[in-house]
Design a protein around this ligand. Sequence first.
Ligand SMILES: Cc1cc2nc3c(=O)[nH]c(=O)nc-3n(C[C@H](O)[C@H](O)[C@H](O)COP(=O)(O)O)c2cc1C
Length: 440
Amino acid sequence: MRVVVGVSGGIAAYKAAELVRALQRQAVEVHVVMTAAAQRFVQPLTFAALTGYKVFTSLWEEASDPGAEQKGIDHIAEAQWADALVVAPATANILAKFAHGIADDFLSTLYLATTSPVLVAPAMNVNMWNHPATQANVATLQDRGVRIIEPGTGELACGMVGEGRMAEPEAIAAAVLGVLGRRNDLAGEVVLVTAGGTREALDPVRFIGNRSSGKMGYALAEAARSRGAKVILVSGPTGLRAPRQCEMVQVTTAEEMRSAVLARMNDATLVIKAAAVADYRPVSVSEQKLKRTGSMTLELAPTEDILAEVVRRRRPGQLIVGFAAETENRMENGRAKLMKKGADAIVVNDVSGEGVGIDADTNAATFLSAATSVEMPEMPKRELADRILDEILALRRPRPLVAEFGEHQDAKTRDEQSAQDRVLSESMPSGAGRRQLIVE
Ligand SMILES: Cc1cc2nc3c(=O)[nH]c(=O)nc-3n(C[C@H](O)[C@H](O)[C@H](O)COP(=O)(O)O)c2cc1C
């Protein structure tokens, strides 16, 4: 696989070196193109050393090279060489040039000349990113099939805090690999994802909530969308921008989340419940703002178990995947939840550690199904989302039970297999889709 990495002139240009390394680790051959502004931030030599190949910095070097005629025209040759073009960081300027077909340097000319997939990872000041001109350019590019690797939120190089930070190099590399290798493997699927936390009102201004940021669910929605699925995202309140080209349903309370999911689940072929839904709600909500009058006891009532209800109402062929955030006995609790709820799989997060899980940009998880337990080490949530989708798709693949029950299998293995399948069928409700998954 051959990828051209385009580097434009932002402070995040230095992170492009990490992107090059991340792609190379996946056996991708990389060439680098730099704009003139990018060269103010990083020397082309850095990329030449990493790739072992010359870095393209100008349209005119090639033209003034007496050997150019025999070698062909570099920007056209590169456009044809590349299986994908990824621009990281993508400045507001380069996005504008791409959107308007301006071809006044190597990178923008290459962009027009290539027919391969193009990805851009914008990075800029939050106001530049939110500017209607930038947003309109991004929307134009997206309409034309360019994949936008959404910037994250956080402290920016300019000192401001907000959206505009370039996605992590590992996540960009994962998106590139997704485009190259796993493109469209969710085409035809309708994926319903829930994300974020819910809020249960105590009075007109206060609520019981949780620290869920929604990042994992949004990453799943984005990953499913980029792999060709139609995505319905049911989200509690978050500070995140709605992923592009997803049907967004905003909810606040657990009950609203339940109604939204139940109303739409029939359309879905896959339901992923990544939201942190309240387990309890206050029995009564004060109409007026509560005053401080000494100690207070809150009476709480349990909310509906949405995952269990979704499993009860599943239609044949639907896959249901839940999440379990655990602070102790992760595996035991995760497996117990898998059995009790009857979902096809549970993604178990350890949320007790610093820097992973709730509210963090990275996460580590274990993907548990009746037949498998897959450890996923700490990685950016967008990358983890792809790994989770890979495992979910694997659930659809036929399991080689026929071979395992063949004549050559010894009695012990057969007994173990029977036990496993007893667990599988005991833990799952009957239904054509479920049976299909077990028998195939
Ligand atoms: C110190 C500094 C940092 C900059 N950082 C960014 C940035 O992060 N994102 C961005 O869009 N522009 C940034 N700019 C502005 C671009 O460098 C400028 O728009 C330039 O024309 C972009 O050219 P290019 O798109 O051809 O690389 C920065 C400029 C300076 C001087």
